[in-house]
Write a protein that binds this ligand. Sequence first.
Ligand SMILES: O=C(O)CCC(=O)C(=O)O
Length: 272
Amino acid sequence: MDASDQELQQYLFDLQGYLVIPNVLGAAEVAELNRLIDAQRLPSPREKIRFGSAAGVHGPDHGFLNWGEPFCRLLDHEAILPILRLRLGDCFRLDRLYGIRMHKGQTMGAMHADYGASARNAFTKPGERFHFAPNGIYEGFTVVAWNLTDCGPASGGFWCIPGSHKSHFKLPRQIHEAPERASCVVIPDVPAGSVVLFSEAVMHGTAPWRADHERRTLLYKYCVSQMAWSRARVLPPPDVPLTPRQQALLTEPADPHTFVPSLFSDGPGVER
Ligand SMILES: O=C(O)CCC(=O)C(=O)O
């Protein structure tokens, strides 16, 4: 990727609050991840949509990272690092992860944002949360969602309101109750092997699944090193060796550069 591609990615991510990077994984890599998921003999999505979770609403766990090296390779894939670095700086950590499987007709939750005007924490008093400049992109919590089957307007999957991370207004009730009827809601085309990065500040959620094929998406959620959104931690997988950089992503929350070293070898915070 050259500098102009990166400039375009940065611009679109900042503008929209999400970015699709198409065809990052080849067909063989996607097939391998799907084969490793099949080998888990998971219950049908009709019983459980989420799978392989660690931290978040789940407790401390390694989640699907222990299902094989291909899941760990995605942790610090070269295609996602420049965008994560742009938003999270040189020191960041994996806060939580989980996967989604959906069958035709299934739905999952309402549209939401983890911070900003519509978030549940929007009414906490000053001093009880981090503050962000008005009209700025809300930093701190970025999701990388790897699609292992095709998603898009005809099938469903991730949906969001582009630009809503910069909105000062709460989500109107009409959109909350019927996002499928709102022209501002988009379901991006994300073919298998492609990745969606989105800010947790953008209004987003899961569109009803309408395709005959199963939806499969792996979500890795990263935050700046000094923050934790989860109470629990993602643990290193006991059976899969991690590289030093992958291990560094599983750090406890702490001050960047003082306690958590840079993940990059060329930044200003590199230890001397
Ligand atoms: O279905 C999706 O990809 C969105 C998942 C979601 O809303 C979330 O993880 O916060």
